[in-house]
Design a binder for this molecule. Structure first.
Ligand code: SF4
Length: 415
């Protein structure tokens, strides 16, 4: 078996997702707090007071935690930035991911390890050499080909470009998740139409909508055939992960801090398995087919390999929302946990669950668990169906809290 050297970095937009990343086999997670990160509008956004717990959960599970502070910073952000960095330092968050020079400067002054965000669009070796003075990891622009990535990693070794820590500067690339039609950090669509700046983490995703092309002279309108002409399909490199991993990169990143624990668990687990297969020389087409099938069950807009194999233009999605082959339908929440007998109780708040249904639970202790409810205990007795107001119980190995969610899984017409 070859020595494992590539780090798998998963998104954590909530404590559920953090645990799902751990369970899926991530080596590290990245997260954001308050409004100074590129998912500032996320429903479950963390706050400064969560930093301690994020560090504790990550480190107890033997993984690293990186905080994204990668928006453009204005003068009025600097006090909040300092407060966040003090907490980062105090609780031993492993690195800050940033592109604004104010953050870079502050981290360097405070001795906090720094990763340069993809927002900096690093696309060549000279830019790597420049940023290496301040950082230990550089996330490359997502628009590079694998050949360009490989040229950069080879040149780092040839020139022996070292980061702040004294080790060779590390290169990180995206391997899975949503892509922008615009080069990162260079999109003004959302700012222009909604006064919501993508560069302040407030993107309203206008590019994901259908657009009509209009002839300004004749007013003739054309609806572009079944394609969302500014909305790229999602990046998925699992079929070429051997080539990506062998391009000399050090960190593989999965996008998706605003996605659910099911997405985080499934993507992390598939990429972990793929990395293991590469390390053990058992990476095969059959396995790729199985991973693709599993990746298709969670949120996606259709897949392509991004620009790695030389595509000049994005592949556009034909779907306004997710093309996932499974849909999760919310039915209830956690109501009690019996630790002595390891049994969880959930209350049905809407819809119903029948014996034989596939259920999914997401929560801060379990991450994401999906299983078939072969039998159903409803209000303490064996039953066929549980409806609103009923309590169901089943064996469960982790603690359950009131914020744990219970879903029913159904196949979609995409499946
Ligand atoms: S509008 Fe679309 S292309 Fe622009 S930043 Fe948002 S997601 Fe990216």
């Amino acid at each position: 078996m070859k020595e494992r050297k590539v780090e798998l970095l998963a998104p954590a937009g909530s404590f559920d997702c953090l645990q799902a990343a751990v369970n899926g086999g991530a080596d590290a997670v990245y997260f954001g707090v308050e409004q100074l990160n590129m998912r500032a509008k996320s429903v479950n956004a963390f706050s400064v007071s969560d930093i301690e717990q994020i560090a504790a959960v990550s480190h107890e599970n033997g993984i690293k935690a990186y905080i994204t502070l990668n928006t453009i910073m204005y003068g009025h952000d600097l006090q909040l930035l300092r407060n966040i960095l003090n907490e980062v330092k105090k609780h031993g968050i492993d690195a800050v991911i940033a592109s604004d020079f104010a953050v870079i400067e502050q981290c360097n002054q405070m001795g906090i390890p720094l990763h340069i965000s993809t927002q900096a669009n690093v696309s060549n070796i000279e830019a790597v050499q420049f940023f290496a003075r301040f950082s230990d990891v550089i996330v490359l622009a997502r628009e590079l080909t694998l050949k360009q990535v490989e040229d950069i990693t080879k040149e780092i070794r040839r020139r022996q470009i070292k980061g702040v820590s004294g080790d060779l500067i590390k290169i990180e690339v995206f391997v899975h998740g949503a892509l922008c039609m615009a080069v990162s950090g260079k999109c003004y669509l959302s700012l222009h139409s909604q006064n919501a700046s993508a560069n302040r983490g407030a993107c309203t995703q206008n590019c994901r909508r259908p657009y009509i092309v209009k002839d300004a002279e004749t007013n003739e309108e054309l609806l572009i055939d079944n394609e969302y002409i500014m909305s790229p399909k999602d990046l998925c490199t699992i079929g070429i992960l051997d080539q990506v991993a062998n391009s000399g990169v050090d960190v593989l990143k999965i996008e998706g801090r605003s996605k659910g624990a099911d997405y985080v668990f499934t993507t992390t687990q598939c990429y972990r398995e793929a990395l293991r297969a590469i390390e053990t020389d058992s990476f095969s087409n059959d396995k790729i087919e199985d991973w693709m099938k599993r990746l298709s069950t969670v949120y996606n807009r259709g897949f392509w390999e991004g620009y790695y194999l030389g595509h000049q233009v994005g592949e556009w999605t034909s779907n306004p929302g997710s093309a996932a082959t499974e849909k999760k339908i919310y039915v209830g929440r956690g109501s009690k946990y019996y630790p002595k007998i390891s049994v969880a109780e959930f209350i049905i708040e809407t819809g119903s669950i029948k014996a034989g249904d596939t259920i999914m639970i997401t929560g801060q202790y379990c991450g994401m668990v999906k299983e078939k409810a072969e039998t159903l205990m409803v209000n303490g007795a064996l039953g066929e169906e549980a409806v609103k107001g009923d309590k169901i119980t089943f064996p469960f190995s982790t603690k359950v809290s009131a914020s744990d969610k219970l879903y029913k899984i159904v196949e979609t017409i995409n499946g």
